[in-house]
Each structure stands twice: as structure tokens, then as C-alpha cells.
Design a protein around this ligand. Sequence first.
Ligand code: ADE
Length: 391
Amino acid sequence: MRCVAAVMRDRKADASDFVLKLLSGSPAYPRVDSEEFEETQSQASAAAWNRKFPRRKVEAAHFDYLKVIGKGSFGKVLLARHKETDVHYAVKVLQKSTIQNTKQQGQVMCERSVLLQTLDHPFLVRLHYSFQTSEKLYFVLDYASGGELFYHLQRERVFLEPRARFYAAEIASALGYLHTLRIIYRDLKLENVLLDRQGHVLLTDFGLCKEGVGATGHTGTFCGTPEYLPPEVLQQREYGPAVDWWGLGVVLHEMLYGLPPFYSEHRSEMMRNILQQPLSLGSGVSKRARDLLSRLLQKEPEKRLHKLSELECHSFFSPIKWVELLAKKVPPPFTPAQQTCPGDLVNFDPEFTELPVPLSLGVCGEADLTFSGFSYTCDNAAVVSPQHGKN
Ligand code: ADE
């Protein structure tokens, strides 16, 4: 069998896409964010700038594009600096030519409307702006300076249980929140779990989100990387929010064992394993963790653990204080290396950061509204003042 690092590298090459969502409106949970009390100079200047130019259109040329920090089949994610406010963001750029006239166009629209709806959760990446040029779509997002959880796990092989528990709890909290809004995340995988500066989770990439599905509702199509696909999706049966709890089981398994469950280097065998092979959990992981995994990785969705409230009561999570967790008062078990300057990308894979930054990114081109209704600033949403600099 190949080493874990090789498997992880291959998976990385296979990783589909990123994206996200976010929302506005009145927060469903209290935001107790210590950073709100430590407004930096650049945050203050961003706020001042927004007060001065409240309705100014945001466009591609307002940013300096500094480094590539992620890459998927549809585009790139770049670290960018807003020229006037000096605030750093992650900007996801999609080529219209790769999405136009395909089902993906609908997906992007779905993504955008999800982003706009009203998402406000401490463990979800926030969308600040979206805009378009004649060739590209841009999403301006929180910059998660701690990088991908995938990157950290790849370097450490496995995480000890307290650390895996903390990430699983923050992810579960975000999933439970999405489900209350009838949103299925669908694309939970390590590459979509980012860390902020302090080490808290930020889920990103809502490109595959399905809207309009409730706790008992079901929906149709699917796409995703094979090791994360639950049996009901592989069998093209209808599926619901239980797919996300399966996804959490896969991520937790990877954190504790270093590999996804049912893993095989042969895709068809892995699919067969997912459908037929009983889950086998090696010792070296606590009984409580194994019990939770067996409930999340239950092949029959009806029998799978399927509610945040159920999960919160599971003995694996007994050390977690859920109210404090949601308030970001539980200190993260790991603090990502702090960058000495914004361009110093210590938590990002050189596979990305060494890529050239396309020169065309800041070039506005003619105004183009092929994707009507796409462009967005916090001014035309319910949230008037964007939160800045949660990096
Ligand atoms: N990679 C993908 N999205 C990102 C984000 N918002 N921040 C940092 N890295 C990312």
C-alpha cells in the first residue's frame, strides 16, 4: 500500500473546486468574536472608507492580486489586497468560459444566491463582494490565513483526539446551522475546511450546495470526490442532509486514522467498499470515537446519526461546551504559524503559492452582465457594513 502522503498528494491533484457562501441578515447566533474588540488599523480604515463611499461599486481593479493560494478545476483562489483599505481577502476567480452554457452555470448561481441569503455563522467563510468582468466571475471572501486543514493533516499524518474533536465539533456546528436553513453542504472534505488566524474552522466552497432541501426533503444530482460519496449518492438514490453527516464521518476518520474509510487506490474498489464492505476501525482510537464513526458512517441514511442535537450528546463530544464553542471561546488546540507580513504564506502549499499570478486579473475590461444579478456588494444586501479582516 502506498504511503499516506502519496495518497494525500493524489487526492489533492484530484480535488474539485472551492467556493463558498455567506450570508447577511440578522445573525442567528450571537457573534462573540474577540477580534471585533481588536479593530486593527486596516479594519478601521476599511470601515472609514465604506462610510465615505457607501455605494461605490467594487471591481477587479480595486485589488492587488498577490499570490495564488488555491486552485480547482474551474479557477483559482488568490490572496488579494484592497488597494484603498489595505484589507486582505481571498478572491476566488472563475472563468466564465468554463461555466457558461453548462449546468455549472446554474451551480454558480446557486452558489451566489446561497452566499447572499443570510448565512452568518462563526465557522463559515463570509462573502464580502462579488463582481464580474467580460471573462471572469469574482468572489471576495474572508481570507483564512491558517490555510487548509488538509495541508496541516498532510504534514502531521494524524491528529490526536482532542484536536480532531475540536475541528469535528466546529464543523458539525456549521453543518447543523446550514441544515436549519434547509441547505445541504454536500461537499464536505478536508480541502474545504480552512483555519483562521487563531485556528478556528472556516468552511468554504459552496459550489455544490443544494438549496431548498429540508430535514426530510430530498434532491437529485451529485458531484464530488469519490471517497466522500455516501452509498445513497453512489447508488443515485435520493438523498438529504444525512450526506453531510457521512461527510463529517469521513473527515473525522481521516483526522484520526490518516486515510478515508473504505480507502482503495482503485476507484471502483473504493466504491464497492463504500457500498458493501463493513466498516472496520482499527484500535489506537478510543471506543467513543469508534462508536461515533460507526454512527456517522452508517450505510443506511435512515439509521445514520442525523441531527446536531444527537451528535452534541454523543460521549465522544462530552468534553465540548457547545455554547462556548459557538461563541469561539474554546481555545483552538493548534495555532497556525503567524505570518510576519501578509504575503508570507507559511500555511499554504507551495504547489499553489509558487504559481504565477495572472496579470489579467486586475484588468477591468468592459462592464459585462452576462451573469445577471451576480454582482454584489454588502450595500445591496441586508448587511450594510461588512466584517473585515477576520484573518
Ligand atoms: N482557499 C480557498 N478559499 C480560501 C480562503 N477563503 N482563504 C484562504 N485560503 C483559501
